[in-house]
Design a protein around this ligand. Structure first.
Ligand SMILES: [Zn+2]
Ligand SMILES: [Zn+2]
Length: 382
C-alpha cells in the first residue's frame, strides 16, 4: 500500500509499505480521511521523535477486517464491530485504573502514552497511509460514524475532544466572559463550544477573515490580536451596555505566543483562569525577567514580567490542557454528529495522500482562507 513515511526533519516521502497485519481482536481500517494536526507538524518540523514513522492520528475510515478473538470468535470489544462499519479512531486510550487515571490525568497514564494505531514502523497514528492497524487496547476509543455524517466529521472527533476537555478544566458559569486567543480551527471550536455553554466569547486573531468566522461561530466580541493590547485600556473603560467587560473570567490561549499569555494574565480578573493550549513545544520558556533576544532573526522580542503575585495575591490560575479525555468520547460524538458543533465549515482544504507534504506545509503556513486541512486517500482495494 502507499504511505507517507517521515524520514527525518521536514522529510516526508510517499513509499510503498506492506499492508499492516492484524492480530487477535484487532481491526484493519481502510483510511478515508485524516486531519493534519499541529502536534504532528511539530514532530515533522523539529524532529522530536526518531524516524521512520507514519504520522496522522485524526483518522476515519471503514473496517475491512476484524482479527479473530484469542479464543476463536471476536472478543467483546471487537464484537461491537462489523466489516464495513464506518468508524472514527482514537489512537490513545487510558487504562482507567492507574494512579494518574484515578486523578483523571488521563494524558499522563502510561497506557495512554502508547499509540495503538499504526501503518507500520514505530506506531505513530498511521493515518497518512491507505490502511491502519487498530490494536486491541484502543478499541474502546473506536466510534461508529452515523450514516448521515461524513468521514471528515468523524475525523474531527479527536481535536474536538481535546477542546472539550480543556473547556471542562475551567470553572465557568453561564454568562461568564472568556477570551479565546487564536481563531484557527481549534480556537473556533473553543468559541463555539463556549457559546453553546452560554459563555460570552471575546475572540482574537491576527487574520480579519478568521474574526469574521469567529462571529459565525458565536463570538460575542472580536478583536485584532495585534491591536488588542492598545485597546486594552479602551476595553477596560467601556461602559456601554453589551461592551466587552473590563476583566474576563478566563482566557484560553490557543496560539503558541508568550505575549498572548502575558496579555491573557492581565485581562483575567482576580480568581480567573488562563489556560494554555498551544504551548506544546518543550523548552518554550515563559520569560520571568527583563528581555530575551528572539532567535531566527526576529531581533529583540519585547518580553514581559510574570508577576508571581498575580498567581498568589490575585489567585489567578495558570493551567494547561493537553490531548484528549477518553471519558468524554460519547459527549464529543453527540456534539459533532448532531452538528450542534458543525465542524464542516472548518475543513477548507483536502489533499490527496501523495500531496501530504503540501498539506502539512499549508497547515503550518495558514492562509486567510485556510483552516483545517485533511488528507484523503484514494485507496486501492486489498
Ligand atoms: Zn490532533
Ligand atoms: Zn491509567
Amino acid at each position: 500500500m502507499r504511505a507517507v513515511v517521515y524520514r527525518g526533519i521536514n522529510d516526508l516521502r510517499l513509499e510503498t509499505v506492506p499492508v499492516p497485519r492484524i492480530g487477535a481482536d484487532e481491526l484493519l481500517v481502510k483510511v478515508a480521511v485524516c486531519g493534519v494536526c499541529p502536534t504532528d507538524i511539530k514532530k515533522i518540523h523539529y524532529g522530536t521523535v526518531p524516524p521512520p514513522r507514519i504520522f496522522g492520528h485524526e483518522t476515519a475510515g471503514t473496517i475491512v477486517k476484524i482479527g479473530g478473538g484469542k479464543n476463536g470468535g471476536a472478543s467483546v470489544p471487537a464484537s461491537r464491530f462489523r466489516v464495513g462499519d464506518r468508524v472514527a479512531l482514537h489512537h490513545h486510550v487510558p487504562c482507567l485504573k492507574c494512579h494518574e487515571c484515578r486523578h483523571a490525568s488521563f494524558a499522563q497514564c502510561e497506557t495512554y502514552k502508547r499509540t495503538g494505531i499504526t501503518a507500520g514502523f514505530e506506531p505513530a497514528g498511521g493515518g497518512y497511509a491507505e490502511y491502519v492497524r487498530v490494536m486491541d487496547f484502543v478499541l474502546p476509543g473506536v466510534v461508529k460514524i452515523p450514516a448521515r455524517n461524513s468521514f471528515e466529521e468523524g475525523a474531527m472527533l479527536e481535536p474536538v475532544n481535546t477542546v472539550l476537555k480543556a473547556v471542562k478544566r475551567l470553572n465557568l458559569l453561564r454568562g461568564d466572559n472568556v477570551l479565546v486567543a487564536g481563531q484557527g480551527p481549534i480556537g473556533l471550536m473553543f468559541t463555539k463550544i463556549l457559546q453553546l455553554r452560554g459563555v460570552n466569547v471575546l475572540a482574537t486573531d491576527l487574520l480579519e477573515s478568521r474574526l469574521k468566522l469567529a462571529k459565525k461561530f458565536g463570538a460575542k466580541w472580536v478583536g485584532q490580536a495585534s491591536r488588542l493590547s492598545l485597546n486594552e485600556k479602551k476595553i477596560k473603560n467601556e461602559d456601554r451596555r453589551d461592551a466587552c467587560p473590563a476583566s474576563l473570567d478566563a482566557a484560553i490561549v490557543a496560539v503558541p505566543s508568550d505575549d498572548a499569555v502575558a496579555q491573557a494574565l492581565r485581562l483575567v480578573r482576580g480568581g480567573g483562569q488562563v489556560l494554555l493550549f498551544a504551548h506544546t513545544k518543550r523548552a518554550s520558556s515563559f520569560s520571568l525577567s527583563a528581555r530575551r533576544t528572539g532567535g531566527e532573526g526576529r531581533g529583540e522580542v519585547e518580553a514581559f514580567n510574570l508577576d508571581l503575585s498575580s498567581i498568589c495575591l490575585d489567585e489567578k490560575d495558570l493551567i494547561g490542557s493537553y490531548s484528549s479525555d477518553f471519558t468524554l468520547q460519547a459527549e464529543v460524538a453527540r456534539l459533532v454528529f448532531s452538528r450542534r458543533l458543525d465542524v464542516r465549515p472548518l475543513i477548507t482544504h483536502r489533499f490527496p495522500l501523495e500531496e501530504t507534504s503540501e498539506a502539512v506545509h499549508l497547515a503550518s503556513n495558514p492562509k486567510p482562507d485556510s483552516l483545517k486541512i485533511v488528507v484523503a486517500a484514494d485507496v486501492s482495494p486489498l
